[in-house]
Write a protein that binds this ligand. Structure first.
Ligand code: ASP
Length: 480
């Protein structure tokens, strides 16, 4: 039998129904016991007999009952089911609950986040968190439908891969089959999506998980996040901006009908104008910053292709070059600035675009370099050694077999939702985020591993020995 959701009970007046759920609260009136029964769709009042006395909050139960219309003066306008109540016929306790370590019937903002993350499976019972997860699911479904209709293919790219040099630290995964070598978790599918364009896919997207070992911030979770990654061939920058703008405009109408986009078409502001006018490359253009339903989208374009860097900041290349890519090293220079690559690299504009919303950078992208000669020049300007260039030889080789001009963008999905909702932290829109100290919710990773696991990978820890010995794996003669 299909489970009846609590919100559906309002259509069943006069009928006998079966309901599953959690006991949200109990009010004991001696012979009659009222409980509020909860599932993810809401709460309904149940009128029970003395058997209901033994129920505690958060017990999971099944009950049969008759749906009754409440007398006019006993209706509760605050509840979706406030017009009715369930007269219980019988009760089955499926699973008892201990008292919870955190309350789940509040918005939860005032509870210590470490505790909320330790008990995330309870924390997600609160309505606010459920709604956030529901919105995220609606967003990804909408995006999939929209892009599929526009002729995009959803394609997965590897998670065990090689470092994508996008400016953050990589997470490394040791290889067992090739000891001493490591995979990197992708900072984004950047190189793969460009290779898919070489493959002739033309329109690609992925709801992609990206991994970056960088310090958490209010708008950036530690470790991993999800972005809508997309790439197209034979397009101009304007095509990418128009598609993205329409996608997000339709998306806002669908998931946030109460919200208003402040200005359409979205303003396009050059990087230098933004710096002069707002002293920021992600200006908050809301007219009324108190209004939670105002969405001020904007495009920032014409970024300088390179940023100057001091030796201390050095991330790319040999450590001598003065220039770092301001987006990433695959971004195409503006066609009219190609000459400046040799003469004055800091004056070269890149075909980069950032999507800004209410003062946050929600996504970025660019038209890519597809000329191997220009790509090599950019590698030189950012100071790549021969060794480092070799790491990208697959891109240059791929570009020698007929490459379409291409470009794309990658808006962060958690970022967008967090910004549109005005939540205080991006972790509020993620089911199991990592804490600011880098620990995973509930499971408390990272954790030590057994000596046997390390031995198999050919890894010895420096200093302290692995404290945690394997209990069920006996050391084999090989591993002695
Ligand atoms: N890979 C880039 C990023 O993650 C986005 C892009 O250029 O499409 O920021």
């Amino acid at each position: 039998m299909k489970k009846l959701f609590i919100e559906q009970t309002v259509d069943k007046i006069g009928q006998e129904i079966g309901l599953y759920g959690w006991v949200d609260s109990k009010r004991d009136h001696k012979k009659i016991v009222f409980i509020d029964l909860r599932d993810r769709t809401g709460i309904v009042q149940v009128v029970g007999d003395e058997k209901f006395k033994e129920l505690n909050s958060e017990d999971v139960i099944y009950l049969k009952g008759i749906v009754k219309k409440r007398p006019e003066k006993l209706t509760n306008p605050k509840l979706k089911t406030g017009q009715i109540e369930i007269q219980a016929l019988n009760l089955k306790i499926i699973s008892k609950a201990k008292p919870l370590p955190i309350p789940v019937n509040s918005d939860g903002y005032d509870i210590d986040e470490e505790i909320r993350l330790k008990y995330r499976y309870l924390d997600l019972r609160r309505l606010r968190m459920y709604k956030n997860l529901l919105l995220k699911s609606k967003i990804t479904t909408f995006i999939r439908n929209y892009l599929t209709k526009e002729g995009f293919l959803e394609i997965e790219t590897p998670i065990l891969t090689k470092a994508t040099p996008e400016g953050a630290r990589d997470f490394l995964v040791p290889s067992r089959l090739q000891k001493g070598k490591f995979y990197a978790l992708p900072q984004s599918p950047q190189q793969y999506k460009q290779l898919l364009m070489v493959a002739g896919i033309e329109k690609y997207f992925q709801i992609a998980r990206c991994f970056r070992d960088e310090d958490p911030r209010k708008d950036r979770a530690y470790g991993e996040f999800t972005q809508l990654d997309l790439e197209m061939s034979f397009v101009t920058q304007n095509d990418i901006l128009e598609l993205t703008e329409d996608l997000f405009t339709q998306l806002v109408k669908f998931v946030f009908p109460e919200k208003k986009i402040q200005q359409t078409p979205w303003p396009r502001i050059s990087h230098s104008d933004a710096q002069i006018k707002y002293r920021s490359d992600k200006p908050d253009l809301r007219k009324n910053k108190q209004d939670k339903d105002e969405l001020a989208f904007a495009w920032i374009v014409d970024f300088p292709l390179f940023a100057e860097q001091t030796e201390k900041e050095y991330f790319f290349g040999s450590g001598k070059a003065k220039f770092a890519p301001s987006h990433h090293m695959f971004t195409s220079p503006h066609p009219s600035d190609i000459d400046l690559l040799d003469k004055n690299p800091l004056k070269v504009r890149g075909l980069q675009h950032d999507l800004v919303l209410n003062g946050f950078e929600v996504g970025g992208g660019s038209i890519r370099i597809h000329d191997p000669g220009i790509q090599k020049k950019v590698f030189d300007l950012i100071g790549f050694t021969e060794e480092q260039k070799k790491q990208f030889s697959h891109m240059l080789e791929a570009f020698s077999y007929g490459v379409p001009p291409h470009g794309g963008i990658a808006p962060g999905i958690d970022r967008f939702l967090f910004t549109a909702l005005g939540e205080p932290s991006i972790r509020e829109v993620m089911a199991f985020p990592t804490s600011s100290g880098g620990k995973t919710a509930v499971m408390d990773a990272p954790s030590e591993v057994t000596n046997d696991q390390l031995r198999e990978l050919g890894i010895r820890l420096i200093g302290e020995k692995s404290k945690f010995q394997s209990s069920n794996v006996k050391s084999s003669p090989k591993s002695k």
